[in-house]
Structure formats: C-alpha cells, structure tokens
Write a protein that binds this ligand. Structure first.
Ligand SMILES: C[S@@+](CC[C@H](N)C(=O)[O-])C[C@H]1O[C@@H](n2cnc3c(N)ncnc32)[C@H](O)[C@@H]1O
Length: 283
C-alpha cells in the first residue's frame, strides 16, 4: 500500500474518533485498508477515503465495520480494584446520600466497550441497594463501536472478562453455558446502551439523558487521544456533570491535564467539582 494513503487513512480516523496511531500500527492500518479496498472492489485508496468521508448510510456502515478492527476495546469486570473500592466505599454512598430523595441519579460509562465496566457499576449498586432509597437510577453505557455495544447488550462473556473477579460474585450474577457466562436479566435490564462519539457528538446530550450526570466513568479511552482532543472531551464531560458530580478517568487518561472547575479527588484520576472538593478528597 502507498505510504501516503496509510497516513491519510490514519489521519481520517484520528479526526473522526480522536484515536491516534503510533508508528508501529502502520502495518495494521495497511492491512485493514487493503482488505476494505478489496471488499469494495476499489482499486485506489483515494476512492475508499472518499467513501469514508461521505455522509451516507454506506459510510456509516463502513465506519461501524472498521472501528472494531482498529480501535482497542479491551475491558474486563471490576477493572481497577482501587477505583471500584472507592466507588463502593466512598463515592457512591456519599453521592447517593447527598442526592435528593425521589430524584434521578445518573451514572454514565463513556467508552463502555463491551459493557464490563458499566455492568460492574450496576452490580455494585445492586449490592448496596439499601442506600438507594427512592432514587430513580439511570445507568447508561455509550461507545463509538456499534459491534461492542451489541455484545454489551447480550451480556455474554468468556472467563477472561472475569480475570480479577471473585468466583462467588460471578456465580451470584451470571449463569454459564459451557464457556460462556451470561449476566442475569435483572442487572442487564438496568443498563441502556447507545452509540455516541464523545469527540464530535453533542455533550451534554439531552436526548440520551446525558446531562446532570452524577458519575461519569471515562476510563482507558483518552489515553489514545492527542492532548487537544483529550482537552476537548474533558471539557464536554465536565459540562455533562451535575454540580455534585464526579468524573472518573483511567490513570493514564488525562495526561495531567487540568479541567476548569474540577479538582483531583481521592486519587488524581478521580475529578470532582472544586466547590465540593472537601467531601471526597480525604477518604
Ligand atoms: C480500551 S476500551 C475501555 C473500555 C472501558 N472503559 C474500560 O476501561 O474497561 C476503549 C473504548 O473507547 C472507545 N472509544 C474510542 N474513541 C471513542 C470516541 N471518540 N467516542 C466514543 N468511544 C470511543 C472504543 O471504541 C473502546 O470501546
């Protein structure tokens, strides 16, 4: 494949998604570009890049086809034990207690991939149902990767997705058929999934209920973005947070970027509104 074509392909994906490709991803980009040219019976990369640049159903379908091939969707249940401990012991109890009775309490996993992260939070909430009172809890997972979202909706996983999970917890919430573990419908039905591009789609997003969000998890997503796209997404996520809200990133996600109005909470990757900083920092 012509080197310049691979570079243009890479740039187009970065512009669309925020995800940057290191030099050693060139072979993978080359292979995908080659395969997709053959699939569309196109002889020149330029025609394929044109197809991707259009606003047509064919273009949307093509993006849905290549995103899973090129963008890392790795996830597993209760990934990052320390953050889940803080959620269970500090963040959820504090925020739930402070949110008014009968109100909506929203948790959003932005970049949820195949659902392990957002279902882990749904399981946590199930375990602490005594603290929930009359709140109307909305748990929402969004991602760019449509295939990952379909997987998430099915709620079926192999053993590797539970690599750090206590088998007792897995037995409690999943049933297995040979090597496949299916999440029980009671938890599965508590989560809704939508396709959303956090770089370009509107955030806050009123039609998806992504405003006044109490907890946003955007973990292991922005580490693939450049500084400018990271800053843009962090700014948008901040606007979707409620005034009591907490933004949880992965340890390598925000590249030490400050977000106006948010300060580090119990750990540097957990950001909270400056006016509420005293609630969670000393836990
Ligand atoms: C490595 S996975 C992380 C999954 C989960 N948050 C976790 O930590 O286990 C990164 C996810 O971010 C998604 N992603 C990347 N760029 C995105 C964008 N612009 N909008 C929405 N999702 C995006 C990918 O599709 C992928 O599913």
């Amino acid at each position: 494949m012509i080197h310049q074509a691979v570079k243009s392909f890479s740039l187009l994906i970065t512009t669309r998604t925020g995800v940057c490709f290191p030099d050693d991803a060139q072979t993978k980009l080359n292979t995908v570009l080659d395969t997709r040219l053959t699939a569309h019976q196109l002889s020149h990369p330029h025609d394929y890049l044109q197809l991707l640049s259009r606003t047509s159903i064919e273009s949307v379908n093509e993006w849905n086809c290549i995103i899973p091939l090129l963008i890392n969707g790795e996830s597993y249940f209760f990934r990052d034990e320390e953050q889940f401990r803080l959620l269970r012991e500090t963040i959820l109890p504090t925020l739930l207690l402070q949110s008014p009775e009968q109100s909506t309490f929203t948790i959003w996993s932005a970049g949820c991939s195949t659902g392990e992260e957002v279902y882990s939070v749904a399981i946590l909430l199930d375990q602490m149902s005594g603290n929930i009172g009359n709140k109307d809890i909305h748990i929402i997972g969004t991602d760019l990767n449509q295939q990952a979202l379909e997987h998430a909706q099915q709620g079926k996983y192999n053993a590797w997705a539970f690599r750090t999970v206590d088998p007792v917890l897995r037995e409690r919430y999943f049933t297995h058929d040979h090597d496949v573990w299916g999440l029980c419908p009671e938890i599965r039905q508590r989560v809704t999934f939508h396709q959303l591009n956090i770089l370009h789609d509107p955030i806050p997003n009123y039609s998806l209920g992504l405003m006044n969000v109490d907890i946003i998890l955007c973990r292991n997503v922005l580490l693939y973005f450049d500084r400018e796209s990271t800053a843009c997404v962090l700014g948008k996520l901040k606007k979707a947070l409620s005034s009591r809200g907490v933004l949880i990133t992965g340890h390598h996600d925000s590249a030490n970027q400050a977000v106006d109005g948010l300060v580090p909470g119990p750990t540097p990757a957990i950001l909270i509104h400056s006016e509420h900083s005293s609630r969670l920092v000393s836990q």
